[in-house]
Design a protein around this ligand. Structure first.
Ligand code: WT7
Length: 692
């Protein structure tokens, strides 16, 4: 398909002065890009012609305005949404510099709106009532359903009325622990409608993790379902919730109501354990409520949701997003990064339990009036062709997924893909970790038939929406690069001292100035917010990622630089896994590092020191892994337990992870200086035990 790879010379025709961003200059001049050594993948002329942002010139025009006149840029966008009352004089008020006092970010303060209204009522009023909002595909092929915008609005209103009736008020937290049923976005939107703050917990988290989150945010109600089938496995979610609620009461937080959806295809209600007085079947109460519900109008800066994510200490962080800025940001990023057209059928494979599902299953697409596919099942069930079966079934135009899924399907072979037509596809997307160029090319050539640009979207739970992303149609792509910043985003690369570096370079990725989708605090811990994100490099938001910028100004994310690992696009703190490991009675000490993993991106590699006299055994290894599954969730299970009679520590007792990383990746000739260790002989011991 080499005819799709062509070099760009038209870049040389950019208007002078178009690039006010210094590091884009190489691109403006067109020198580097047009040079032979670049392996660029260009959108076809046909694609670019119809794209919202058809050229680098247009991108620069919009980008420059977004930086020079952010108030004007974002106010114009805000005006496309419904506001009960317009925002005040100031569009944005911010202080990101800890040296100038408390970190504070506000956008559209004083503006009164509601994101549920903007997702649903506004679109219904605009004539989209009969348009499909959600195409739902169950775990079993052939088990499916749809909801139009009007139907979705009615369902949301019924649940909102029920929640109000049991006393949920503006500002109250609601925990949602559901798989990818339509009821998950319904529950999120119902909370938003009444001003309640949802906290969705991914339904792969264990009872302990769920309880930890419940204890932190103290919800009035937990919304769940009795069970779910993933592939051929039935998972009894209600049992997990029961255990979590018992543990939460033990920690002083009792939840009055557990609203449980009967997911009949996975489990009948008769087989579900029940606590009278606390547990309520969704189907018994919610449908009885009126299908209309007054909106609770909220300030743009009122909280919309909390989403817990991992940091470098054991305690998960409650990332708090507010209403107005998040609304504009998810809507706008969705529109441009996927070149949204009203006829699109959009499918994001992420679960609503993660930020991707918040911003790009629920809010971003629905704010645009898009049709969204929600898939309950597993991408390899009943076989590895399931995704393309779904793409053909719903005529999916935009397919957004994670590199780990691309790699795992790539291993199964192209036959599963080419068996299906996929001719509806026009844009692909990737998120969660850097996509390696070979996976990128397979995704592009095999899945997209060398026809569909790939939006490799770099962002984070904290950023609310895309930060560095291609705009398909605008830029030639470089496989593996997230390319350029989204409108309003000013990425900078700094050195260890926090000094910005220009041109071709690599260092720590920070962001200068705020953007509307930025998180406003960590729930209940503003100090940790400042310490983690704003103190490392004063004046900037620190992302925790490393990044390099090439001679053309393209950005290449290089992974986390903190003690966070990225397993299949899921962020896991090494400290969390370590604390789960040492809770095992036979485990004295543990150190966890990330290692390269062919499918997952990174795998979890755990060095474990047993209590004195305990012999190594396969059984013990299994039981230790099980402890982690139970305490965090299956996705955090270590891939490898490496028995460690001792850990390499400095004389002051600090574990030297650098050495552990080298041992884990078997780069034994790169161990570096081990002479500062309290006991250098532990290194040899570890090496000798590597394959036991
Ligand atoms: C971390 C954020 C944002 C949704 C999914 C994960 C890594 C995410 C990319 C990408 C390179 C990426 C970063 C980031 N990451 N997308 N396209 N290229 N790295 O959200 O759990 O908040 O994790 O995921 O390391 O910091 P998250």
């Amino acid at each position: 398909s080499s005819h799709h790879l062509r070099h760009v010379d038209s870049l040389a025709t950019l208007p002078s002065g178009a690039g006010r961003i210094p590091h884009l200059n190489a691109v403006i001049l067109g020198e580097a890009l047009a040079s032979e050594e670049n392996d660029l993948v260009c959108p076809s002329d046909e694609f670019s012609k119809q794209a919202l942002v058809p050229s680098p010139q247009k991108y620069l025009e919009m980008y420059n305005r977004s930086i020079e006149d952010p108030d004007g840029f974002w106010s114009d966008i805000a005006s496309e949404f419904y506001w009960k009352k317009k925002w005040g004089e100031q569009v944005c008020s911010e202080n990101l510099d800890v040296r100038n006092g408390e970190v504070k970010i506000e956008w559209f303060k004083g503006g009164i709106t509601n994101i549920c209204y903007n997702c649903l009522d506004r679109n219904v009023e605009a004539g989209l009532g009969d348009k499909i909002a959600i195409y739902w595909e169950g775990n079993e092929p052939g088990y499916d359903g749809t909801l139009t915008y009007s139907e979705l609005l009615q369902k949301v209103c019924q649940l909102a009325n029920y929640l109000k009736d049991i006393g949920v008020k503006k500002g109250d937290a609601v925990v949602i622990y559901l798989p990818m049923l339509m009821e998950l976005p319904i529950a999120m939107l119902a909370c938003a409608r009444i001003g309640a703050v949802h906290s969705v917990v991914f339904a792969g988290f264990s009872a302990e993790s769920l309880s930890q989150r419940i204890v932190d945010c103290k919800p009035k109600v937990v919304i769940t379902c009795n069970a779910v089938k993933r592939g051929s496995k039935v998972i009894n979610l209600k049992d997990i919730v029961d255990a979590a609620l018992v543990e939460s009461s033990g920690n002083g937080v009792s939840v009055g109501v557990c609203l449980t959806y009967e997911n009949e295809s996975a489990m009948k209600r008769e087989s579900t354990k029940w606590k009278e007085g606390r547990d309520i079947w969704w189907q018994d109460v919610v449908p009885k409520y009126p299908t209309t519900c007054e909106v609770e109008w909220v300030d743009a800066e009122d909280p919309l949701f909390l989403l817990y994510t991992s940091g470098s200490t054991g305690k998960p962080k409650g990332v708090l997003h507010t209403t107005g800025g998040y609304m504009l940001y998810t809507a706008t990023t969705f529109k441009y990064a996927f070149d949204y057209k009203p006829t699109d059928i959009y499918w994001c494979t992420a679960d609503c339990g993660w930020i991707t599902g918040h911003s790009y299953v629920t809010y971003g697409p629905l704010l645009n009036g898009a049709s969204v596919v929600v898939f309950e099942g597993a991408p390899s069930y009943p076989d590895s062709g399931r995704c393309w079966d779904i793409v053909d079934k719903f005529k999916v135009t935009t397919f957004y997924t994670a590199p780990t899924l691309v790699r795992s399907l790539m291993r199964e072979g192209a036959e599963y893909v080419t068996k299906y037509s996929r001719k509806s596809l026009r844009v692909l997307g990737s998120v969660g970790e850097p996509i390696n160029p070979s996976a990128w090319r397979w995704f592009f050539n095999v899945v997209g038939d060398s026809r569909c640009p790939i939006s490799d979207t770099w962002w984070q739970t904290e950023t609310g929406g895309f930060m560095i992303t291609p705009l398909p149609g605008a830029w030639p792509q470089k496989p593996g690069s997230a390319t350029f910043p989204f409108f309003g985003v000013q990425p900078v690369i700094v050195d260890e001292k926090g000094v910005e570096i220009e041109g071709e370079c690599s260092g720590y990725l920070c962001i200068k100035s705020s953007w509307p989708g930025a998180f406003r605090t960590l729930y209940g811990d503003h100090e940790r917010y400042e310490t983690t994100y704003f103190k490392p490099f004063p004046g900037y938001y620190f992302t925790g990622d490393g990044c390099s910028r090439d001679k053309d100004g393209y950005h290449w994310l290089t992974g986390r630089v903190d003690d966070v690992i990225n397993v299949s696009g899921h962020r896991i703190g090494t400290a969390e896994v370590e604390s789960a490991l040492v809770s095992h009675p036979k485990c004295a000490e543990a150190a966890v590092v990330g290692v390269e993993h062919e499918v997952k991106g990174q795998g979890i590699y755990a060095f474990v020191t047993l209590v004195e006299g305990e012999p190594y055994s396969e059984e013990l290894r299994k039981s230790i892994i099980l402890t982690v599954r139970k305490q965090i969730g299956a996705f955090a299970a270590p891939d490898k337990i490496h028995w460690a009679p001792g850990l390499p520590k400095t004389r002051s007792g600090k574990i030297m992870r650098r050495i552990l990383r080298k041992i884990a990746s078997r780069q034994l000739d790169e161990l570096g200086d081990t002479s500062t260790l309290a006991d250098p002989s532990v290194v040899d011991q570890l090496i000798s035990l590597a394959d036991t």
